[in-house]
Ligand binder design. Sequence first.
Ligand code: NDP
Length: 247
Amino acid sequence: MKSYQAPPNALADKVILVTGAGDGIGKEAALTFARHGATVILLGKTTAKLTAVYDAICAQGWPEPAIVPLDLKGASQKNYQDMAATIASEFGRLDGLLHNAGILGGLAPFEHIKADIWQDVLQVNLTGPMLMTQALMPVLRKAPHASVVFTSSGVGRQGRAYWGSYAVSKFATEGLMQTLADEYAGSNIRVNCINPGATRTSMRARAYPAENAQQLKTPADLMWLYLYLMADDSLDVNGQSLDAQPK
Ligand code: NDP
């Protein structure tokens, strides 16, 4: 599977929502999915970044995407339900959901973790994706095969000093993935996690400011796994947490 090569039309006719689609790994995933034939729903906080991805996709002649500006920090259950209703009326179904948006919240010794930062990190990394997934279940059910992918981290499997709120949010993400995978096993919906591994993005630069970023993998290097989990080649994969940079 490490050498998965997606056929050029692997995602033809699929509708895939990508959160955090304006930057970093999510931007690369949106472009990659569109290049492989998907209609991508670009969700993110900064509209200008989403518009730039929209323009890049249209300039290539790939399927025209849709833009959903939404801040996961402030979004309510109603916002997610309204979004789901729009997807239902525009597309009739959702074949893929990539929960990629996330925040680091800053590293801090345990006794210095600020309550508001803790809340924000759990809101953006965990509660928002949970509410979004819940609201989107009806459109996911309408797809012949639907793939829900959460984004984990190495610190979502093994705790690490100073990574408190972020690590806890990623552990919980793994737990949510496992719970949903078990609950929907045997249905048309499969649920998995990707651990990207150290990747050259602005989040990684904030966590490791002294590191030489040129030595890191780029988002493009990870896309084989994102494609695999969105394509029908992974129909029998459910409840897994997979590494985009396996050892
Ligand atoms: P970036 O910081 O480069 O990008 C994060 C994306 O999430 C941006 O598009 C950002 O939008 C969006 N986002 C952040 N906050 C919100 C919000 N409140 N509402 C909506 N969208 C939001 O991060 P990466 O690409 O590095 O990370 C992507 C995922 O991979 C994250 O879940 C991260 O935890 C995970 N990860 C990354 C690793 C790495 O080494 N890079 C390693 C392990 C896991 P905007 O730009 O508009 O703020």
